[in-house]
Design a protein around this ligand. Structure first.
Ligand code: PA5
Length: 425
C-alpha cells in the first residue's frame, strides 16, 4: 500500500549493509526483547486488541452520537494527538459531522480555555477524558473545569452519563474518579505508550464519535502489521524508510521535514512530530522532526528549503487518490488562467508536487524521500500510522535508543511543580 521512493536523495543508500542489524531489531520487536520491551504492546495490537472492549467503544460512540451535539476530547500529547490527526485527516476541516469534536486539556492558556468554556456554555456536550497516568496537570485542570460546567448544566447524575474516561486499568487518579462517580471507562493498556496508542480506545473512541469506520482503521493497521513484521530490508518498505532517514542523519542532516499537500493533514504532522521527536530525541542524538504543508508553505518555508543552510531533508507524503475539482473557464480570461482549461485542481497539485521535487532535490540538493500511498481512507490511514510507528521503533533502535521512554519531559514538570508549591517538590 505504501511505496517508498528513495531515488531523489542525490546519493545511494547501501541498504544491504543494514540487512543483519534490521533483521536483529525486527526480531527484537516481534519477540519483545528490545530496549523498553515493556512498551512493545502496540506492535501486535492490531491482532491482540480486546474485541469485547472494541464493541463497547462502538456502542459508546453510538450513544454519544445519538445524545450529544459536542464531544470534548480532553487530553495532551499521545493522549489526544492521534485522535485529532485521524479525525481531521479523514473527515476534513469543515466536516458536517453529527457530533462536533473539540479539544481541551492540551494547554494551560487561559484564553483558549475560556474560549472553549464559553463555547460550551448552555450546550449539550459529552467529555472523553484521556490520561494514562491520570495526573497530567493540563488535562486534570481542564477536566475539573469541564466536569464543573457539566454538573452545573445537567446535574451530577446526567453528568456522569456524559463522561467517558480512557485510562490505565489498574492505577491513577482518573481511575479513582471513575470508580467514585461511575463514569464509563476504557483502557489504555499498560504496555502501550501514549504516542503509540492511536489504535487503542485513546484514538478509536473519538474517531468513532466523529463517524469514522474504526474497524476499517484497525484492518489497515492489521495489514501493515503483517507486511512490516518481516526483517528483510530488500522488501520491507517501512524499514527502507527507517534506514534511509537513519543514513541521512548519519550523513549530517539534522532535520527531517514531513511534507504533505493537504491542510487537513496538519495534525497528522503534529502526531508524526511527537512520535519521532519523543521516541528519538535522547542522549544528545536524533533528527529534529518538523512538518510543513505545501503548496501553502512553499510561500514561506520554501525559500529556506530551496536555498537555506543544508541541514534538512524532506519526507513527502504523496497521496494518489483525490477529489476531481474542475477549474472553471472564464471568457474574459483577465486572470490569464484559461491555459488550464479542462484541467482539475488535482492535476495542478500533482504538477506542483513534481516541480517542487525537482526544484528541491535536483536544484537545491535537498534529499527527498517520497512515500507514495494510494488512498487515505480509514483503512489507508490505519496502515500509514502503523507504518510510521514501526519505522520509528526501527529508527530509534538503529540509534541505540529506547524508543518508548521520555525522561526529558519530566524536567519542566518538576520545575513547574516546585514553582507552584506542589507538595513534595
Ligand atoms: O506519548 C506520551 O507518552 C505522552 O505524550 C503522554 O501521552 C502525555 O504526556 C499524556 O500523558 P497521560 O496520558 O499520562 O496524561
Amino acid at each position: 500500500m505504501i511505496k517508498v521512493d528513495v531515488s531523489h536523495l542525490n546519493s545511494k543508500i547501501n541498504f544491504a549493509a543494514y540487512a543483519d542489524r534490521v533483521k536483529e531489531i525486527n526480531d527484537g520487536i516481534n519477540e519483545r526483547t528490545g530496549l523498553g520491551n515493556d512498551f512493545l504492546g502496540w506492535a501486535k495490537y492490531p491482532e491482540t486488541y480486546d474485541k469485547e472492549e472494541f464493541a463497547k467503544i462502538q456502542e459508546a460512540a453510538k450513544y454519544i452520537r445519538a445524545n450529544y451535539k459536542i464531544l470534548v476530547v480532553c487530553g495532551i500529547g499521545g493522549s489526544y494527538l492521534g485522535a485529532r490527526a485521524a479525525i481531521e485527516a479523514i473527515t476534513g476541516l469543515y466536516a458536517k459531522s453529527k457530533v462536533k469534536i473539540i479539544y481541551m486539556g492540551q494547554t494551560f492558556d487561559p484564553e483558549y480555555v475560556s474560549q472553549v468554556m464559553r463555547f460550551l456554555k448552555g450546550k449539550k456536550f459529552a467529555i472523553n477524558v484521556i490520561s494514562k497516568s491520570g495526573t497530567t496537570t493540563e488535562t486534570a485542570i481542564a477536566f475539573r473545569m469541564l466536569r464543573d460546567l457539566l454538573v452545573s448544566q445537567v446535574g451530577k447524575e446526567e453528568a456522569a452519563k456524559a463522561i467517558f474516561a480512557t485510562t490505565d486499568a489498574n492505577k491513577g487518579a482518573l481511575l479513582e474518579l471513575c470508580k467514585k462517580y461511575g463514569y464509563t471507562r476504557f483502557v489504555l493498556p499498560a504496555d502501550v505508550g501514549g504516542r503509540y496508542s492511536v489504535f487503542t480506545a485513546v484514538g478509536v473512541l473519538p474517531m468513532a464519535v466523529a463517524g469514522i469506520d474504526i474497524q476499517a482503521f484497525m484492518n489497515g493497521a492489521g495489514k501493515a502489521m503483517v507486511e512490516y513484521s518481516t526483517g528483510d530490508i530488500k522488501t520491507n518498505q517501512c524499514y527502507r524508510y527507517a534506514v534511509a532517514r537513519h543514513q541521512l542523519y548519519k550523513d549530517g542532516k539534522a532535520v527531517e521535514l514531513f511534507v504533505t499537500y493537504r491542510p487537513q493533514y496538519v495534525q497528522l504532522g503534529e502526531w508524526w512530530k511527537q512520535l519521532f521527536g519523543e521516541s528519538e530525541g535522547k542522549e544528545g542524538t536524533g533528527l529534529l522532526p518538523d512538518s510543513a504543508t505545501f503548496s501553502t508553505d512553499l510561500h514561506s518555508l520554501g525559500q529556506f528549503i530551496q536555498e537555506g543552510s543544508h541541514i534538512l531533508f524532506e519526507t513527502v507524503l504523496n497521496v494518489k487518490a483525490c477529489k476531481k475539482v474542475a477549474i472553471p473557464h472564464d471568457d474574459d480570461n483577465l486572470d490569464g488562467l484559461n491555459y488550464l482549461d479542462g484541467k482539475t485542481l488535482g492535476e495542478v497539485c500533482s504538477k506542483a508536487f513534481q516541480g517542487t521535487l525537482d526544484a528541491h532535490a535536483n536544484v537545491g540538493s535537498v534529499p527527498n524521500i517520497v512515500l507514495n500511498i494510494k488512498k487515505m481512507d480509514a483503512e489507508g490511514l490505519g496502515f500509514l500510522m502503523y507504518f510510521f510507528m514501526r519505522a520509528c521503533a526501527m529508527s530509534a533502535y538503529l540509534n541505540e535508543i529506547n524508543p518508548f521512554d521520555q525522561p526529558g519531559v519530566e524536567i519542566y514538570k518538576k520545575n513547574m511543580f516546585h514553582l507552584l508549591g506542589k507538595p513534595g517538590y
